[in-house]
Design a binder for this molecule. Sequence first.
Ligand code: GCU
Length: 831
Amino acid sequence: MLPDEDGVAAWLRYGALPAEQAAAYSIKTVTVLGSHDETSPVASAVRELVDGVSKILGVTVSLTSDTSSLSTSIVVAIREDYLAAGNTLSASATDFLDHTDGYWVDPQKTLILGSDARGVLYGAFAYLSQLAQGTLSSTPFGSRPRAPVRWINQWDNMDGTIERGYGGRSLFFEGGRVVEDLSRVKEYARLMASIGLNGIVINNVNANPSLLSEECLSQGVKRVADTMRPYGVRIGLALNFDTPRTLGGLETSDPLDAGVVAWWGETTKRIYNHVPDMLGFTIKANSEGQPGPLSYGRTLAEGANMFAKALAPFGGFVFYRAFVYDHHLREDNPKNDRANAAVDFFAHLDDAFDDNVVVQVKFGPIDFQVREPVSPLLARLKRTKAVIEFMVAQEYMGQQSHAVYLAPEWKTILDFDMRVDGRPSLVRDILSPDGPFGWPVTGYTAVVNVGRDTTWLGHHLAMANLYAYGRLAWSPEAGARDLLDEWTRLTWGTDPVVVETVGNLLMDSWPAYEAHSGNLGIQTLCDILYTHYGPSPASQDGNGWGQWTRADQHGLGMDRTVATGTGFSGQYHPEVASLYENIETTPDDLLLWFHHVPYTHVLKSGKTVIQHFYDAHYEGAATVQTYPGRWEALRGKVDNARFEHVGFKLRYQAGHALVWRDSVCRFYHALSGIDDDKKRVGHYTHRIPLATASANVALEGYSPVDARLPEAASNGKAVQTDKDVPGKVTITVDVPQGTYDVAVNYFDTSVGRASYTISLNDKQIGEWSGNLQDRLGHDFSEYLDGHSATRVYFRGISLQKGDVLTIVGQPDKEERAPLDYVSLLPEGIVD
Ligand code: GCU
């Protein structure tokens, strides 16, 4: 039996190689050339090698200064120290070692060289990774990052919560200050370094000005920087534009006001006093109600440049977010389009930004949706540097209660050719100093929501996203599946069955999630006015947020053409613009992003849009039904603790995928009035809706109630008990004799922990509790809706006509043991 693991070691668990493989190595020591203090990444590399090689090979490796037995030693050195010791370098090694952060590893000589201290650390991690995966060959290899900016944005609040955090409380903050114990921050820095990440903005872009108090900087922020520095990770801060007024006591935060300029100058000096290698500042301004330069009649460039000038003496950069848009946009004007905002606000300022301003652009024009085209702004700034912003936090993608591997989606962005000036311009090349714009400072950042949960992200499988993000920021040409297999070998072991199973499941996960949550480019049809988690297609329209679908009884989709729509497609360079302008050449998976069509519009596949919706939602949800069974193949092949943890979540996900499917299909069925050719939508053969009067169903202490969203429950209704009084549902079974899986769909809200028992002919066959809020990390709903709707199974139950099933619900606080329907499913059927 494999020892239980809690996940905190993530992909740095350094699992032991099988003895026969380990025997091929004779490493006993680590030797380091040159002298390096304890805070240098070289010292971290040495510590990591000593620890990692010992664990992987099952031997005791130690650091030595004795250079007489180099044949059994790993030699690590910065290039200069290596050359100073009288060695020479091959041309191939020099290719990598000529670049910042580059490394060169010669496994035969067990030599690890870095162009600089960080390069040594990256080389050590690359060596350890291959050793642990059992993929280390004797051929020398090197690598260097494509881009200098490889960052993380944490959205941590100083009160210890995390905006869009689903993995526990902040590693950095609690109670308005930086936490005392930074040991997890150190572990985080190790994880970051091991995948090549080199920077982190530690606080929420919706920034709290009190971060800049002298106490917080000196007692807290400085310690965070000191903790992460040995791993080559530098920190940055997100600032609130209005701080001169709110913290500084000035009358204004006008970026051209001399007092404001002086205040930021002083404040920046104070920050650098404590953290001399601070990366700079991230600014969210004039966005979602935040103040900014536009509030003072100044341009966005004037706002950004104010910070840039304060930072210039210290070599810092302003990361100015392009997420500027009007969230009170009027949908009744067909020309209005939030997607236009980034280019509208920024493109004309291309000449106006200072040299140390970098515009930070979300990968798509809206907001981390399940599918979006690339933000056109990435091809419209040329002189102004930019970085792309991804999201590892799965805000719109199942919030880490669903396993969704995001790298395949990111690859659709990175591999997209923007055809700038009619020439090849892949996004991943634009984001590199050797790309078409030659930005010396460019690259990647991602919103990450690691928290104190030992899983980091709330779901062991979600860590594949963090791993792939870091590796793609280093090598954006890498393949999503290759990265996934690396991660699996490191995280779950090298057994080929494990690698194959995890790989296949996670490679299916984004297409499946897209299929059941919003396809053809309609965006994630989640509740954008509430938790951003479960389905609520109606919430997209009729409000100022501009994530519109313009769905009505005739059709849906945003007309973003130049000819008849919002003109968004014209923001791309001509070849891409004409691709999207023309409905014939627009790929189906972005059809509804660019075009408004009737439900009966025929796709390239020959199906109508509405039938495609129905089919895709059924197929996507069906794929998710396979996850628990596929995971079961790993029983005994991975440790039990992580196996059970993931198994539970995949079972939950399977149930919730059905909720997604049914809600979205019902919604468009009702709106369009068009039936499903396959007669599934609205016809649920095996279900017994409890709120619908029927001779077979008796309610005692339970009464019907409207679900918050009609499509989220059978016929729009559930049943619930009175407050504090238990209720009972009795079902007289009317099915042929046989073995059935009994599925109960109920609602698990944030407002209580109701409990339930289920009995057959007065004999209890199961029980459960509405306590998912203790077991899952997503944002919970207090209502009966698509967020709280969920399913529990009791499998292999023998039933015959006349049997009596009873469910007794014990309410807790405001959660009144709500139930939707019971399904009696012949084995193998999912309805
Ligand atoms: C999304 C998210 C917000 C966040 C914002 C941002 O809209 O829902 O929580 O503040 O993005 O990126 O600034």
